[in-house]
Unconditional design. Structure first.
Length: 253
């Protein structure tokens, strides 16, 4: 590795946190480039099938958190996120894919739907790591452009009342899956922290609002009605405890 990896990110995003956590877990020094919501660079990096996070590594641009973690495993196998045992590795990768497809996208959909009805909070949340003056400018621009931004996001991510209601059920099922997989144990697969634990805990972090989040979140999320029946779910407690025990320090420079 001749140059430090560069992570292009939305600081508040759950999929971006998944990539950040992997970099930090492995202690890989890297630079982070936080893109303000609505910025032209963000639209450019997300054009077509593109998405954030995106990582520049040794002249190659790697798109998608799963692909980023695979590249990091090759770059620095220790400490591992993929189990050495073939069957445990298969299960861990299967769970990574499950939570990507049946938690991450649904958390984003439900979260933004709730933020739409709490716009002041939502704008503070989406500018959580921006410098004070820039954050104020971005919030003002987003408020003015919100109808356009919402149409764009609806077209890309399907933000409809029907899809949101379906996603709420998916989130409850994801928490149930956490509990069934770990069966009272600390980890989802085997006896150590793997990509399965990292994926579930990072993608569902808004359900737990962990103080270990690497950027300063607004102190208290609004009262989200959909969370009420899930508030005491043991899966949410597992997410909080996983963050407390395993999130660790930043390796960003």
């Amino acid at each position: 590795m001749t140059e430090l990896p560069v992570l292009w990110q939305y600081s508040f995003s759950n999929f971006n946190e998944k990539a950040r956590w992997a970099l930090d877990f492995k202690g890989i020094a890297h630079r982070r480039r936080s893109i303000a919501p609505g910025a032209v660079r963000g639209f450019w990096l997300s054009r077509g099938d593109g998405t954030l996070p995106t990582m520049d590594l040794d002249g190659e641009r790697i798109v998608d958190s799963t692909a980023i973690i695979a590249a990091l495993e090759q770059l620095r196998p220790d400490p591992p996120l993929y189990p050495a045992d073939p069957e445990e590795r298969r299960r861990a990768l299967e769970l990574e894919d499950f939570f990507d497809e049946h938690a991450g996208h649904d958390m984003r959909r439900v979260g933004f739907w709730e933020l739409r009805d709490n716009l002041d909070f939502g704008l503070r949340f989406m500018t959580t790591d921006q410098p004070k003056v820039r954050a104020a400018i971005v919030r003002t621009r987003l408020r003015v452009a919100f109808p356009f931004v919402w149409r764009y996001m609806n077209g890309r991510y399907d933000f409809t009342e029907e899809s949101v209601e379906r996603s709420r059920g998916v989130l409850a099922a994801a928490l149930d899956r956490i509990e069934s997989e770990r069966d009272g144990r600390e980890f989802l697969v085997g006896e150590g922290f793997t990509v399965a634990d990292l994926t579930a805990a990072s993608l569902l972090y808004p359900l737990a609002w962990p103080p270990e989040f690497p950027y300063r979140l607004p102190p208290d999320p609004p009262e989200w009605g959909f969370m009420e029946p899930l508030r005491d779910h043991p899966g949410v407690g597992w997410i909080r405890e996983t963050w407390r025990r395993h999130r660790g320090a930043s390796a960003a420079v």
